[in-house]
Design a protein around this ligand. Structure first.
Ligand code: NA7
Length: 540
C-alpha cells in the first residue's frame, strides 16, 4: 500500500489518466485489488468520448446491448437502453450511472490534465505532474486516454477572419446549439459528419457539405429495442457475452465461413441484402475474405454502390457519394440514419473538394477554387489524431529518461498494445498494437483492464513490483502487427488507421488486425506462461 503523503506530492499506488469507460473500469478493478488509485480527467465529468462528442446525431455504432459493461450482471440488469444504438446523451447518462453506482467520483479529479509522467529508476515510481503543477507519485501509471480523444488541428487560410460561428463536432457546446434558420457549411464526411449531417439538415435553412473523400456507410435501422430482444438478452446474457468476447470484432455479427468468391452473384446479393436489412456492421460477417481479398471486397463494394445509387435521386450526387479510391471498409465503415437520403433534400448541397478544393475561409463564408459561399456557421468534422495523439501530448519519460514520443517517432511500439519497453509499470488501455478501434471498444476495454488487473495481482502474489516489456518481445510484436496488417486491405486506404490524416505522422497501421478472439487467446497464453515477454522484478 502507499506510504504516507509527502509534502506537495501525493503518494498513491496507481494513477489512471482518463475517466472514460476504460479509466472507470480500471478504477473499479484497482480498488478490488486493494490499491489506492487516483484518476485524472480533463473534462468536468466521466464519459470520455461521450463527454466530448455532443454534436447532433452523435450515437454509438455498435449495438448498445453489447456496447456496455458486462462485468456486473446487476448493472446490466438494472440499465435499460432506449434504442438499439443509444444517442450520446444516454451514453453519458450511463457513464454517470456507473460512476454513481460504484462510487467512483471520490477518486476522480476533474478539470485536470496530466502534463508529464516521469519514471524514477531508483524508486521504481512514476511522478505524474498535472497542468495545475501538482504532483502524484505512484508505482503504476495507466493510460486510459482513449483512441479518438485528440481532434486534429485542421485549419484553413483565413479561418480567423470568419465573422460567423465556427464549431467542431468533437467540441460541440455543452449547452447545445440552435442552428435553425441558418446557412451552415459542413466540412468532413467521416463517421461524425455522416451522423451529424442528416440531423442538422432538418434544423438549418441551408446545409452545404464539403466532401473530400466519400465513405461507405450502412443503415443503422435504429429504433427501440423490441421487448422480446431485451428479454432474450437478459435470459441469455452470459452466453451472448461469452460468444461476443470470442468473435473477431468483439460483438455478435453472425460470421459465415465462406469466401465471397465461392458464392454465385445471386447468393451474394441475397446475403448482402439480408445483412443490409439487419443494418450496422452485420455485413462484415457475410464472407470471410471481404477484408482480405480485393476481388471478394469488390463484391461488397458493388453492393454498397448500388444501394447509394438506389437511394440518392440525382445520379451525379450519387456518383459523388460513391467511394472510388479505397476498398470497402478499408476506411472505417460508418453506420447512419438517413445519410444518403439527406442529399435528396432541397436544402442540402454536396460540394466535391476533389474537383474544387477549399481555397480559404472568408469573412462571410468559404471560397473553393470554383465558388464562394456565404455562411452563418461553419462546422468542422475533420477527425482525430487517432490512437497515439493523447499519449504523444503527455511528456512521458521512462527508464534512463527515454522519451516516449521519441521512441514512437517512427510509429508506436508496444508489446501487445499494453506496454512499452523501457517504460516499466506503464500500461496502455486499448493502445496501438491491440484490436481496439477494430473492435467493440467495450469488449476490448474489459479485456485489457482485466488483463492488467490479473497481472498486478499475479505480481503482488510473487512479491514482484516492476513489470516491463522486453525489447525483443516488443520488436516481435511490432513486426507481427505490421505483418498481419499486410494480409488485410487496410493499407490500401489513406485512413486514420494508417496515421494518414495527420501531416507528418508516420504511415503505420495502428491497431492489431488479427481479431479480438485471436488476440484474447494470445494475451491469456502470455499470462499463463508467467507473462512471457515481460521482465518482472522486485522494486528497485
Ligand atoms: P474521420 O473519420 O477522420 O473523418 C474526418 C473527415 O474530415 C473526412 O471526411 C476527411 O476527409 C475530412 N477532412 C479532414 N481534413 C480535411 C480538410 N483539410 N479538408 C477537407 N476535409 C477534411 O473523423 P470522424 O470524427 O468523422 O470519425 C472518427 C471516428 O470516430 C470514427 O471512425 C468512429 O470510430 C468514431 P478525408 O477522408 O481525409 O479525405
Amino acid at each position: 500500500m502507499a506510504a504516507a503523503a509527502a509534502a506537495d506530492v501525493r503518494e498513491i499506488d496507481a494513477i489512471v489518466v482518463g475517466a472514460g469507460f476504460s479509466g472507470m473500469y480500471m478504477l473499479i478493478k484497482l480498488r478490488e485489488l486493494g490499491l489506492t488509485a487516483q484518476v485524472i480527467e480533463a473534462g468536468s465529468n466521466v464519459g470520455g468520448t461521450w463527454y466530448w462528442n455532443r454534436y447532433p446525431g452523435a450515437r454509438v455504432d455498435t449495438q448498445s446491448l453489447e456496447y456496455s459493461f458486462s462485468f456486473s450482471a446487476e448493472l446490466e440488469q438494472e440499465w435499460r437502453w432506449s434504442e438499439r444504438y443509444a444517442p450520446q446523451a444516454e451514453l453519458l447518462a450511463y457513464a454517470e450511472h456507473v460512476a454513481e453506482r460504484f462510487d467512483l467520483k471520490r477518486d476522480i479529479r476533474f478539470h485536470t490534465r496530466v502534463a508529464a509522467a516521469h519514471y524514477d529508476d531508483a524508486s521504481s515510481q512514476w511522478t505524474v505532474t498535472t497542468d495545475a503543477g501538482d504532483q502524484y507519485r505512484a508505482r503504476f501509471c495507466i493510460m486510459a486516454t482513449g483512441c479518438l480523444s485528440v481532434p486534429t488541428e485542421v485549419t484553413f487560410p483565413g479561418i480567423e477572419s470568419f465573422k460567423g460561428a465556427l464549431y467542431r463536432t468533437s467540441r460541440w457546446p455543452r449547452e447545445g446549439l440552435d442552428l435553425s434558420g441558418q446557412r451552415v457549411g459542413f466540412i468532413g464526411t467521416g463517421s461524425s459528419g455522416i451522423q451529424a449531417i442528416p440531423v442538422l439538415a432538418e434544423q438549418v435553412a441551408q446545409l452545404t457539405v464539403f466532401q473530400r473523400t466519400p465513405n461507405y456507410s450502412m443503415p443503422a435501422h435504429n429504433g427501440p429495442i423490441p421487448d422480446e430482444d431485451l428479454q432474450a438478452w437478459q435470459a441469455n446474457r452470459e452466453d451472448y457475452r461469452a460468444r461476443s468476447r470470442n468473435t473477431a470484432l468483439g460483438f455478435l455479427y453472425d460470421p459465415t465461413d465462406r469466401s465471397a468468391l465461392d458464392a454465385t452473384p445471386e447468393e451474394r446479393e441475397a446475403e448482402y441484402e439480408r445483412r443490409w436489412q439487419v443494418g450496422g456492421f452485420r455485413i462484415f460477417g457475410a464472407y470471410t475474405d471481404i477484408g482480405t481479398d480485393l476481388a471478394a471486397n469488390a463484391t461488397a463494394a458493388e453492393f454498397a454502390k448500388k444501394k447509394i445509387a438506389s437511394i440518392v435521386k440525382d445520379p451525379a450526387v450519387a456518383d459523388l457519394l460513391t467511394p472510388k479510391d479505397h476498398p470497402f471498409a478499408s476506411k472505417r465503415l460508418c453506420v447512419d440514419t438517413n445519410y444518403y437520403a439527406t442529399y435528396n433534400r432541397d436544402n442540402v448541397r454536396l460540394v466535391d473538394l476533389r474537383a474544387t478544393p477549399i481555397d480559404r475561409i472568408t469573412e462571410t463564408g468559404l471560397a473553393t477554387t470554383g465558388e464562394s459561399f456565404d455562411f452563418d456557421a461553419i462546422v468542422l468534422a475533420t477527425g482525430f489524431d487517432a490512437m497515439t495523439g493523447a499519449i504523444d501530448r503527455i511528456d512521458i519519460r521512462g527508464r534512463d529518461g527515454a522519451v516516449m514520443k521519441e521512441r514512437w517517432a517512427e510509429g508506436p511500439r508496444t508489446y501487445l498494445g499494453l506496454m512499452v519497453a523501457g517504460f516499466p509499470n506503464l500500461f496502455l488501455i486499448t493502445g496501438p498494437g491491440s484490436p481496439s478501434v477494430l473492435s467493440n471498444m467495450m469488449t476490448s476495454i474489459e479485456q485489457h483492464v482485466e488483463w492488467i488487473a490479473d497481472c498486478l495481482a499475479w505480481m503482488a502474489g510473487r512479491q514482484q513490483a516492476v513489470i516491463e516489456a522486453s525489447p525483443a518481445a516488443e520488436d516481435q510484436w511490432v513486426a507481427h502487427v505490421d505483418e498481419i496488417s499486410t494480409t488485410t486491405l487496410y493499407p490500401h486506404a489513406n485512413s486514420w488507421y494508417m496515421g494518414a490524416n495527420v501531416p507528418g505522422k508516420p504511415r503505420r497501421f495502428l491497431p492489431y488486425a488479427a481479431g479480438v478472439d485471436v488476440y484474447r487467446a494470445h494475451c491469456a497464453e502470455v499470462a499463463a506462461r508467467d507473462y512471457e515477454g515481460f521482465v518482472v522484478s522486485a522494486a528497485g
